[in-house]
Design a protein around this ligand. Structure first.
Ligand SMILES: NC(=O)c1ccc[n+]([C@@H]2O[C@H](COP(=O)([O-])OP(=O)(O)OC[C@H]3O[C@@H](n4cnc5c(N)ncnc54)[C@H](O)[C@@H]3O)[C@@H](O)[C@H]2O)c1
Length: 392
């Protein structure tokens, strides 16, 4: 089949742009933008933007990119583009989206988080829509074939049409490395599977990786009242991203980010007569690693056949808004605790750092003062007031 060749510009030539695939065998499923574009066959890597000359050169050689530039503005020379992949550091995304729009591409494949704040992401979604630019956001599980099947099955259960699982009773998510950076993947996944969530309560922040993006445990619920918990692990221990769904007909657990699944079915208890329990379950492989190739396939279909995108600016914005709310509730909680007679270091850390992370969502009157932050002693891990001030 002769696929229409779409012209691609990649902005930011690091890990997710191509680095993760650079040394993987050609037969391995692609995990990056460049790897997926090549494997799909319906894209042509016309140009890339990377200020680091050596990295730009290596990327061009590895992925046979025709032109390389140090800035987005300079990349206008090789335009027009059908697709721009935005893979630069998150802090630059808001400015980069504005610059990319001046190149008038047909679509933007944006890495997550779209920007650092829900307000900036909302603005980006709005300007892309106004310019007629199709925006896909790489919450990649929305394209994993097994997760798409599970979504269909769970919807049938929610609609009272049975399916293999029946009704969902509760969901348990486990993550680390930031409510925005990884929590947004988890919130987006649960919203994809179970529909919109509302926040009931947020727990204390865990600063396990980013100084401005703590991991936060939280309790949420779906519109039908299904409880969903987000549980915090510590990024210094190991990376973890898992989801357990307790359903009427058994338990489904996504393990290892979606690389594996464990399904536990109902059996009679071997010990207690008349009791129904869950069996030990079986681990099967997941199709998570097929998601990036499926994503660019969806992008190609969206541009050549007007197919809808599975992960959009709107779905990403919904997840980011909720994550931001979870973060700011966590801050308020830490702040309330800090108003006690003794202000401990953890509370002040939470105040100072979360104030920086979520400043856009809070009134300045409730932010901690510099004196309050400077008054605290250094912690055991060596982070002192200066770090907190910088983070804030
Ligand atoms: N979807 C996912 O699961 C996933 C996984 C990893 C990263 N990400 C996201 O992808 C983005 C990049 O992450 P990464 O891990 O590839 O980072 P990275 O540091 O490996 O790559 C970023 C690249 O952007 C380049 N860059 C810096 N300034 C630039 C500029 N002004 N213009 C163009 N390029 C510039 C850097 O030199 C670097 O090569 C982040 O937003 C991150 O959150 C998403």
């Amino acid at each position: 089949m002769n696929l229409q060749q779409l012209r691609v510009l990649v902005v930011g030539c690091g890990n997710i742009a191509g680095g993760f695939d650079a040394e993987r065998p050609a037969s391995a499923p692609p995990l990056t933008h460049a790897g997926a574009y090549w494997r799909h066959g319906g894209f042509r890597l016309v140009a890339c933007v990377e200020p680091d000359a050596a990295r730009r050169e290596a990327f061009m050689q590895r992925w046979l990119v025709e032109k390389g530039y140090a800035t987005i503005d300079a990349a206008a020379a090789a335009g027009p583009y059908d697709v721009v992949s935005l893979c630069s550091p998150t802090a630059l995304h808001a400015a980069h989206i504005a610059a990319i729009l001046s190149l008038h591409p047909r679509s933007l494949f944006c890495e997550k988080p779209v920007t650092r704040s829900a307000a900036e992401t909302a603005a980006a979604v709005e300007v892309c829509a106004a310019a007629g630019v199709k925006m896909a956001v790489n919450h990649n599980r929305r394209w994993a074939p097994d997760i798409v099947r599970l979504q269909r099955e769970l919807r049938a259960g929610a609609a009272g049409q049975g399916g293999p699982w029946g009704a969902v009773r509760s969901a348990i998510g486990i993550y680390n490395k930031g409510i925005l950076n990884n929590g947004s993947h988890l919130v987006d996944l649960v919203q994809m599977l179970l529909g919109p969530l509302e926040l009931i309560a947020a727990g204390a922040p865990v600063f396990d990786h980013w100084p401005d993006d703590p991991t936060v445990p939280a309790l949420l619920q779906t519109r039908a009242g299904v409880p969903v918990t987000l549980n915090a692990a510590h990024a210094a221990d190991y990376a973890i991203f898992e989801l357990q769904l307790l359903t009427e007909r058994g338990m489904i657990a996504m393990e290892d980010g979606g690389a594996g699944w464990r399904v536990r079915r109902i059996v009679g208890s071997p010990h207690f007569k008349g009791y129904a329990v869950l069996d030990g379950g079986q681990r099967t492989s997941g199709e998570y690693h097929a998601s990036t190739l499926a994503a660019v396939g969806n992008l190609h279909d969206a541009l050549t056949r007007e197919m809808p995108l599975a992960s959009t600016g709107e779905t990403a914005l919904a997840a980011q808004r909720l994550c931001e709310l979870i973060g700011s509730r966590s801050l308020s909680r830490a702040e309330r605790a800090g108003r006690g007679a003794e202000t401990d270091f953890a509370t002040s850390t939470a105040q100072a750092t979360l104030a920086g992370a979520f400043a856009s969502t809070r009134s300045p009157a409730t932010l901690p003062t510099l004196t309050e932050v400077q008054a605290v002693a250094p912690s055991a891990d060596g982070r002192g007031p200066k770090d907190l001030v910088r983070a804030a």
